[in-house]
Design a protein around this ligand. Structure first.
Ligand code: ZN
Ligand code: ZN
Length: 581
């Protein structure tokens, strides 16, 4: 017989463990006294600590587990939980299968651990199986399990099912609301996330920091400043801005909504202690808006107050230098990183190649790529190729394209860039060769699209899109715009279109880029006083940039475009990027 006192004694000892060697000592005690076989609770506690504690060791836990003749549900749960949190969550799913084969009946805890493994392994099919198992086992009353299930559906991208689980929940707590709000916000359904956020407030539940993080992230994605402002006021009223993560999200939201000044105000006036992420978020905000000098100043300031800049800080400052055209300063900081022993990754190299390439220092950029201690990725060669297009450097363009083909790039854009370089020099034979190569493979083309918000509704436009209900009106407006700006000296930038097609057709291809459609629509439907805000998924092209500058002057409207890389604020015929992007 095992004395109750012995068990209590062992479990207390286990609780005090803080290293694997402590655990091993207790394990040897359990084995030598045969308690390993008979004191089941001590054994599963030991297994749990070995699998999930910070000092634990999952492979050692597996070894212990394999020693157990007939593992019980607690043993399985401990090991499944450990694997579900590991970098190899599939093992948790295999363990679960072997548990079912051994005729062990899972409990609610098992299901919750397996679901967490499904979320991490993005195992959609298994998630549906678990849902039916949870249902059949009568665990659907468990609110926590339902929330986990909803969370998993969001993570594997099945939002309709997540919503269904949510709607069918008899009772919901803040955790369940948060799971769906954040799930929708992160899953590119920002509108739905915000609606749900207000619905939750309507039920009288108090939002916590997770809720507002979801809401802020939704606003950032849509660039919805008015909503973001409202939510930030709410956060301050509820004193949720005492948490540094919330302040960081606030800085990010204001930067991404185009108002870096307000982001900076949040940064300056925050009442909690800043961490390195706070600094990095602000640096990134400056970078997006092309405020190079400010970003460099922030780097110096953080060093002064004793916060160590990390790889992300430097990446932000390099991007800022890049967007502001501070070539020498950026290059100096890039070299400084090496002196300071901060590891430079492929993104740092990419930014500095872009920086040199845009300034026309193509040979130096090529030299950097060749000197890299890591293998350059596709993006780097694409960056160089892009710069070659701008400066018409055929020789380097061919080298970069060859590399891209060797690396198996299947991006349509790469071929278009090379053919554009040839087209600049009217080398139509070479253009034809590239076009043939394009036709002979299946190429990926990222469609360009833009968002603009009019009357509280987000409208999406795709290049050459005619799916919008008012497309006729929009196209007519766009024709009017093009006509008017030509009177102000606009010449279509047809140099950047593929193929040796006639000048008129080239113009046609360019004029229906999604950002132009979005701006035409906003000019039609929104009031004269509000600036037009557009979010674009790719980098804005030279032609659209030139057009929007003129539109801002001719129509006397401020236009703010957030493209993939940065913000452009068009006003009275000029852009905040000073034509450097
Ligand atoms: Zn364009
Ligand atoms: Zn610009």
């Amino acid at each position: 017989m095992i004395g109750k006192h012995t068990t209590i004694f062992i479990e207390t000892a286990l609780q005090k463990c803080n290293s694997l060697s402590h655990i091993k000592q207790i394990q040897s005690h359990l084995i030598s006294t045969s308690l390993f076989q008979f004191s089941l609770s001590s054994r599963s506690k030991l297994l749990e600590l070995t699998s999930i504690s910070s000092y634990g060791d999952l492979s050692y836990a597996t070894l212990i587990f394999n020693y157990i003749n007939h593992p019980l549900i607690y043993d399985y749960n401990a090991l499944i939980r450990g694997h579900a949190q590991s970098s190899n969550p599939q093992i948790a799913l295999y363990l679960f299968l072997s548990m079912l084969r051994a005729s062990q009946k899972p409990d609610a805890l098992t299901c919750s651990f397996v679901l967490k493994a499904c979320a991490r392994a993005l195992a959609k099919f298994e998630c549906y199986l678990m849902h039916s198992l949870v249902f059949r086992s009568g665990f659907m009353v468990d609110m926590l399990l339902q929330t986990t299930l909803m969370d998993v559906y969001c993570k594997v991208g099945e939002f309709r099912d997540a919503k269904k689980v949510f709607d069918e929940m008899p009772k919901r707590d803040i955790v369940s609301w948060n799971a769906l709000i954040c799930g929708l916000a992160q899953g590119s359904f920002p509108n739905e996330a915000l609606k749900l956020f207000y619905k939750m407030l309507g039920t009288g539940l108090n939002a916590d920091e997770i809720t507002v993080l979801g809401a802020l992230s939704a606003c950032s994605q849509m660039g919805a400043l008015k909503e973001g402002d409202k939510i930030w006021c709410f956060i301050k009223e509820e004193k949720l801005d005492m948490k540094v993560v919330v302040c960081n999200a606030g800085i990010d939201m204001y930067s991404k909504c185009g108002f870096v000044d307000r982001a900076y105000e949040v940064f300056r006036t925050m009442r909690c202690k800043k961490n390195v992420i706070t600094w990095n978020t602000m640096v990134m905000g400056f970078a997006m808006h092309g405020h190079g000098i400010e970003a460099i100043a922030l780097l110096k300031e953080m060093e002064c107050v004793g916060v160590f800049p990390d790889t992300l800080t430097y990446l932000g400052v390099l991007c800022a230098c890049n967007h502001a055209g501070l070539v020498d300063e950026g290059f100096r900081l890039f070299n400084l990183m090496e002196e300071k022993g901060i590891v430079r990754n492929v993104k740092h190299y990419g930014t500095v190649v872009d920086l040199l390439g845009r300034a026309g220092r193509l040979n130096e950029a090529y030299g950097i790529i060749n000197s890299m201690p890591i293998v350059p990725d596709v993006v780097l060669w694409q960056t160089l190729l892009g710069a070659c297009k701008t400066y018409g450097n055929v020789e380097l363009a061919e080298i970069a394209s060859r590399k891209l083909v060797e690396m198996g790039s299947d991006s349509c854009g790469d071929f278009v860039l090379l053919s554009n370089v040839y087209a600049t020099y009217k080398r139509w034979n070479d253009v034809g060769r590239v076009r043939e190569a394009m036709n002979s493979r299946v190429l990926k083309k990222v469609p360009g699209f833009s968002y603009t918000e009019v009357g509280g509704i987000l409208h999406k436009f795709i290049n050459g899109d005619r799916s919008h209900p008012s497309w006729r009106e929009i196209y007519a407006k766009l024709d009017e715009i093009m006509y008017k700006i030509k009177e102000h000296g606009y010449v279509p930038g047809t140099r950047f279109v593929l193929h040796d097609i006639g000048e008129e057709d080239k113009e046609y291809v360019l004029s229906y880029h999604s950002e132009k459609l979005a701006v035409a629509f906003a000019l039609l439907k929104s009031s004269q006083e509000t600036p037009i805000q557009v979010i674009k998924n790719l980098r804005i092209c030279v032609d659209c940039h030139a057009v929007l500058k003129l539109v801002s002057k001719v129509y006397n409207r401020e236009i703010i475009v957030r493209d993939r890389a940065r913000f452009h604020r068009f006003k009275e015929g000029t852009c905040s990027c000073k034509d450097y992007w």
